[in-house]
Design a protein around this ligand. Structure first.
Ligand code: FE2
Ligand code: FE2
Length: 151
């Protein structure tokens, strides 16, 4: 699996979990489970993606700006998750922030896939794409288990 296929798999998982979070928003148990799943997946994905995709791309002049932009969006999403952890689960403020987070996640994934991946494909060799894919999968698995254990 190359890095793009590996990232896409995580993106689809996030999209499915966001959809589950919105469809189960009226049910305490449903939304809590979906939110915990989204949090663990985002935490593992963001860090693994930064280490195995963004960092190698920062080394190339042509992809340094989109890489910085992506990392700053990760930070914005992390702050929303922190706000949600502090707010009362199910309150109007919590629900409003969930809506904003889902919107932001969808924007971020789309931008990565449509704008960033094509740029990255130009600077990473096929061999490097495969190698980074393996590193990503390994790192994601490790970080996901850690995030789940911490919940
Ligand atoms: Fe990302
Ligand atoms: Fe991503």
């Amino acid at each position: 699996m190359d890095i793009f296929e590996a990232l896409l798999q995580s993106h689809q998982r996030q999209r499915a979990t966001c959809a589950r979070l919105l469809s189960g928003i009226g049910d305490h148990e449903e939304r809590r489970q979906a939110f915990d799943e989204l949090k663990a997946e985002m935490a593992a994905h963001e860090t693994a993606e930064e280490r195995t995709f963004y960092v190698p791309l920062i080394e190339h002049d042509d992809t340094v700006d989109p890489a910085r932009h992506g990392i700053s969006e990760h930070h914005e999403m992390d702050e929303m998750v922190e706000d949600l952890d502090k707010a009362e689960e199910g309150s109007s403020g919590w629900l409003e922030t969930v809506g904003k987070l889902v919107h932001k996640v969808e924007h971020h994934l789309k931008e990565e896939e449509e704008k960033f991946f094509p740029e990255a494909k130009k600077v990473l060799s096929r061999e490097r794409q495969q190698e980074l894919g393996q590193l990503y999968v390994h790192e994601h698995e490790r970080l996901y288990a850690k995030a789940e254990a911490e919940q």
